[in-house]
Design a protein around this ligand. Structure first.
Ligand SMILES: [Zn+2]
Ligand SMILES: [Zn+2]
Length: 263
């Protein structure tokens, strides 16, 4: 199973590709402009039509920029798109019916979808959006969990993702950098709140519960450009995991540009 980060930050947008040999790839989020998204897919030798389905996590613009167009990405390239009922309610009120109903699909909390040889399990996550979702994708040989934009990690997520091979996980901010950022207090409170984003320490704590000897790789994502740095996130998470006796590969997804992960 190969995983590509096409971009990973609130500043430059989020989109991830999961691709198992002999299957068509899946796209998780499409928070880039159409041009950047198409170019990023071309960088990994994919045409937009190669994507078997798009799974949307939530309606914040850094995750759905290519949906918020007169002709959204799924409509332009006839790709099915899955999101929570709450997301679709928001989307229709905001953008109308600009995607063919045949391409629009709901995935509920704890719902499962079999598509292109994968099973995708959707689950709610605590974030200040309309029914925000995380996804666990089971392929033939391994599984990956996509968990970005959440204020804390409930035990239901622990149970669902513990011991899976690839964890694509948010490490958004360093608490001290966030507090001293000079941002408005309302924003700092939001980011650090129970429905905001995970700090490096919170990500490390959660990963110490989720990682087992079967975990092959942890990919840290959605790092704040202003309030985090890759070296700090990597150190906080690896120190914590090593203290718990775990040594999976840990990588950081850059805030923009394509990066490949997996074996
Ligand atoms: Zn985000
Ligand atoms: Zn968000």
């Amino acid at each position: 199973m190969r995983i590509f980060s096409l971009s990973s930050s609130s500043t430059y947008g989020n989109a991830y590709v999961l691709w198992e040999d002999s299957k068509r790839p899946l796209l998780i989020d499409c928070g880039l402009s159409m041009r950047r998204l198409v170019n990023a897919l071309a960088d990994i030798d994919l045409a937009p039509q190669d994507i078997a389905a798009v799974f949307i996590t939530h309606e914040h613009s850094d995750h759905i920029k290519a949906m918020c167009l007169k002709t959204p990405f799924p409509q332009k390239f006839k790709v099915p798109v899955f999101a929570s009922p709450g997301f679709w309610e928001w989307f229709r009120a905001r953008h109308g019916s600009c995607i063919d109903p045949s391409l629009v699909h709901c995935i509920e909390h704890n719902g499962r979808v079999n598509i292109a040889g994968y099973t995708v399990h959707g689950f709610r996550k605590p974030h200040d959006a309309r029914e925000p979702m995380g996804y666990r994708v089971d392929g033939t040989s391994s599984s990956a969990g996509f968990v970005m934009d959440l204020g804390h990690v409930p035990s239901s997520i622990d149970q669902l993702l513990r011991g899976i091979e690839y964890l694509v996980f948010e490490a958004n901010h360093d608490v001290e950098m966030e507090i001293n950022s000079g941002r408005p207090w309302s924003l700092i409170r939001r980011v650090m709140g129970k429905l905001g984003h995970l700090s490096n320490d919170e990500a490390a704590d959660a990963l110490s519960r989720l990682v087992t000897p079967s975990t092959k790789q942890v990919i840290l994502t959605h790092l704040s450009i202003d309030c985090n740095c890759p070296e700090t996130a990597l150190k906080v998470v690896s120190d914590k995991l090593e203290a718990c006796g775990h040594k999976p590969g840990i990588r950081v997804a850059p805030p923009r540009g394509v990066s490949a992960f997996g074996p």
